[in-house]
Design a protein around this ligand. Structure first.
Ligand SMILES: NC(=O)c1ccc[n+]([C@@H]2O[C@H](COP(=O)([O-])OP(=O)(O)OC[C@H]3O[C@@H](n4cnc5c(N)ncnc54)[C@H](OP(=O)(O)O)[C@@H]3O)[C@@H](O)[C@H]2O)c1
Length: 313
C-alpha cells in the first residue's frame, strides 16, 4: 500500500478486458487484497458501446475502474484503423465519461507506442511529459484514449498508466513465443534494434491497484519493470533462465518487416510512480524468474488436472 493511500475509499473494483493477460492479473491481485472484484470481458462490457458502459457502472457501482480492455493486435490495427479507434480511442472515452459522471475513479492502461520511439541523442528514459508522436495506428488510437481520460478527469483519481513489453503467466506473449520455438528446436531470429523494459503483469497489477487506491492527483504515470535491454537480449535471457538451449540469431526491424512500425526506444522513466509507492517496480530479470516459476506452477496444475481427468471416469 502506498504512503497516504486510502484503500478504505475503494472497496469494489471493476476490471475491463478481464480475460486478457493483464486483466487476469489485476483481478487476482485485487481479490488477494480483499476487494470486491468484477472482472468483465468484452462480451459483458464492450467499451465501444456508451450505453453498456453506463448500464454496467450503474448496476455494479464500483469505486474504481481499471481499464485493461483494448484491441492490442498492433498489426491488425494498422489494417483496420476504424476498429482501433472505436475500441482504444472512443471506447476509452466512453468509459472515462461514464466514470466521471458517477464519481468513480479510473486507471486506464496505455502504452509506450504513443511515443515516436526514435532512439534520440539523449538516450534517456521517457518521462510522462515528453512529446508524444505515435508512428502506428495502434499508438494513435491509444493516444486518443489517453486524451479523453485527461479531458474528463476531475482533480484527483483519474489516471493514464503507460506501460511496455507486457508479459505474464498464461498469456500470449514474447517469453511464451520464444520458449515455444526454442523447446521445439526451431530456428530463432530476434530483432536487436528495439530497446525497452519487459514488464510483468503481476507487478503492474500491484502498481495499478496502489495508484487507483491512492488519493493521487489525476495525470499520466509510467509503469514498467526496472532496467532495459533489446528483444534479442531478452530472448537470450529467457532461454537461459528457463534452462533451454537455443541459438538465437539477430535481425533488424526492417528485415522483419512487420506492417506497423515499433518504437526503437521504449524505455520509460517510472520515477514519478516510484515516489508515490515508495519503491520502483522490481527489476525485469527478477520479474522473469517469477514469471517462469508461475508458468511452471500452471503447467504442473494442468498436468494434475489431466491426471485426475483420467481417473475420475
Ligand atoms: N501487451 C503489451 O505488450 C502491452 C504493452 C503496452 C501496453 N499494453 C496495454 O495493456 C493493456 C492490457 O493489454 P494485454 O497485454 O493484457 O492485452 P490482451 O491480453 O490482448 O488483453 C486485452 C483484453 O481486452 C479485451 N478487449 C478487446 N476489445 C474489447 C472491447 N471492445 N471492449 C472491452 N474489452 C475488449 C480483449 O478481449 P478479446 O480477447 O475477447 O478480444 C482482451 O481480453 C492494454 O491497454 C494494452 O494496450 C499492452
Amino acid at each position: 500500500m502506498v504512503e497516504g493511500s486510502s484503500q478504505g475509499a475503494v472497496a469494489t473494483v471493476l476490471v475491463t478486458g478481464a480475460a486478457g493477460q493483464l486483466g487476469r492479473a489485476v483481478v487476482e491481485a485485487a481479490e488477494t487484497r480483499g476487494l470486491t472484484v468484477h472482472g468483465l470481458g468484452r462480451e459483458q462490457l464492450p467499451v465501444e458501446e456508451p450505453a453498456a458502459c453506463a448500464r454496467v457502472l450503474d448496476d455494479l457501482r464500483p469505486d474504481l475502474v481499471i481499464h485493461c480492455g483494448a484491441w492490442t493486435d498492433v498489426d491488425g490495427c494498422e489494417a483496420d484503423p476504424e476498429r482501433a479507434e472505436r475500441v482504444n480511442g472512443q471506447g476509452t472515452a466512453n468509459l472515462a465519461v461514464a466514470c466521471r459522471d458517477r464519481g468513480i475513479r479510473l486507471c486506464a492502461v496505455s502504452t509506450d507506442y504513443v511515443f515516436a520511439g526514435e532512439v534520440g541523442e539523449a538516450r534517456r528514459p521517457l518521462r510522462e511529459d515528453d512529446p508524444v508522436g505515435p508512428a502506428s495506428v495502434y499508438g494513435r488510437s491509444k493516444l486518443h484514449g489517453e486524451r479523453a481520460v485527461l479531458e474528463a478527469a476531475p482533480e484527483r483519481g483519474f489516471h493514464v498508466v503507460r506501460t511496455a513489453w507486457v508479459f505474464g503467466p498464461g498469456g500470449k506473449n514474447f517469453p511464451a513465443a520464444i520458449l515455444n520455438r526454442a523447446r521445439q528446436g526451431l530456428p530463432l531470429k530476434v530483432v536487436d534494434d528495439q530497446v525497452g523494459s519487459p514488464t510483468l503483469t503481476l507487478d503492474l497489477a500491484e502498481a495499478l491497484l496502489d495508484l487507483g487506491c491512492a488519493d493521487a492527483l489525476s495525470g499520466i504515470w509510467h509503469a514498467a519493470n526496472e532496467g532495459s535491454l533489446s528483444w534479442h537480449d531478452f530472448a537470450i535471457a529467457i532461454c537461459r533462465a528457463a534452462g533451454v538451449h537455443a541459438d538465437i540469431g539477430r535481425q533488424s526491424s526492417a528485415e522483419l518487416g512487420r506492417p506497423a512500425p515499433r518504437p526503437a526506444w521504449s524505455v520509460l522513466d517510472c520515477s514519478k510512480l516510484a515516489r508515490l509507492r515508495g519503491r520502483p517496480l522490481p527489476a525485469w530479470d527478477d520479474a522473469l524468474q517469477r514469471h517462469l516459476a508461475a508458468e511452471d506452477a500452471l503447467r504442473a496444475a494442468a498436468a494434475v488436472r489431466e491426471g485426475n481427468g483420467g481417473t475420475d471416469t
